[in-house]
Design a protein around this ligand. Structure first.
Ligand code: HEC
Ligand code: HEC
Length: 247
């Protein structure tokens, strides 16, 4: 009997720990079923690179991209370029460096009505209304409202380490990701022959981008999304990727 009590105390403890890792808006996410869930899943990929996913050509620099910024051309049309991989803009990982724009993040619109986000995407700053079809704008709005997470809770800003468990992450990685990335994460080189960057390199250098890709997949590719898993498992996969070789 005593053992049973200890066990249930342990299980409650575990549940509480787990609950503290999962943000409140996960409940909203859970409410989305069928078509809405599919649309949300697409929203995350569109946030990464909507024009690649939609096959739209953009070349000039976005009119709202600040002249002080160091980027130019099509990349300045990606949501992540102005608002960051951690969705925190100037208060996040893009608070300095070549991607600094001084633009706010999108965190304030987490859990807000997707309709309000739609209005922002069509405003004069963004002018996406004429470029992105209505259903894709809706997908983006669902992502902003219910898909984003506060990454600082799970990835240490200074060490860039995921709080996830690499052992459990390995089980998921070795059953899914290796099909394309290989066991060592080196099947795809994300940079060039001279300075190769593999999954291990990227996961350590930019864990925020890697977590986004784990959750949503990669635009313009066959890469799967792990959105059907909980955030905890996604963080475990990130932790495993951070153990992969960089060279
Ligand atoms: C070229 C830079 C740029 C790009 C690209 C961009 N935005 Fe913005 N965004 C801004 C600026 C500047 C603001 C600040 C307020 C304004 O004028 O709308 C903003 C504000 C926002 C806000 C409101 C944030 C707040 O707290 O007021 C949301 C939500 C948002 N953008 C979502 C997106 C999404 C989704 C995408 C991609 C489809 C995107 N943005 C692409 C520049 C950009
Ligand atoms: C069906 C093949 C496939 C599967 C399965 C797959 N990926 Fe990918 N992944 C790709 C392709 C293709 C790219 C994009 C390569 C490019 O365009 O540079 C990519 C890109 C990435 C990136 C972006 C790196 C960067 O800097 O651009 C990350 C991170 C990533 N994959 C992680 C994973 C993880 C983790 C898993 C397992 C959950 C996984 N992938 C499963 C094919 C796959």
């Amino acid at each position: 009997m005593k053992k049973n009590k200890q066990l249930s105390a342990f299980l409650i403890g575990l549940a509480l720990l787990f609950a503290s890792v999962i943000p409140a808006h996960a409940e909203e996410l859970d409410k989305l079923t069928g078509k809405k869930f599919a649309q949300l899943a697409r929203g995350g990929v569109l946030y990464d690179n909507w024009f690649e996913e939609l096959g739209v050509k953009v070349d000039k620099t976005h009119p709202s991209y600040p002249s002080a910024g160091k980027e130019k051309g099509s990349v300045t049309w990606r949501c992540k370029e102005c608002h960051g991989w951690d969705y925190k803009g100037k208060s996040g990982a893009y608070s300095s460096g070549s991607h600094y724009t001084g633009i706010v993040g999108i965190r304030a619109y987490a859990n807000q009505a997707p309709e309000e986000v739609m209005k922002i995407l069509k405003n004069d700053t963004h002018s996406f209304g004429s470029m992105i079809p209505e259903d894709s704008l809706e997908a983006l709005a669902l992502f902003v409202a219910y898909g984003q997470t506060d990454m600082d809770l799970y990835i240490d800003r200074a060490s860039k380490k995921s709080i996830g468990d690499p052992v459990n992450g390995g089980r998921i990685f070795l059953a899914t990701c290796i099909k394309c990335h290989n066991e060592d994460g080196k099947a795809i080189n994300f940079k060039d022959e001279k300075n190769p960057e593999y999954l291990g390199t990227v996961a350590k250098k930019n864990p925020w981008e890697t977590l986004h890709n784990i959750r949503w997949g990669h635009p313009g590719s066959q890469m799967i999304s792990l959105l059907f898993l909980g955030l905890k498992e996604q963080l475990d996969v990130l932790a495993f990727c951070q153990t992969l070789p960089e060279k």
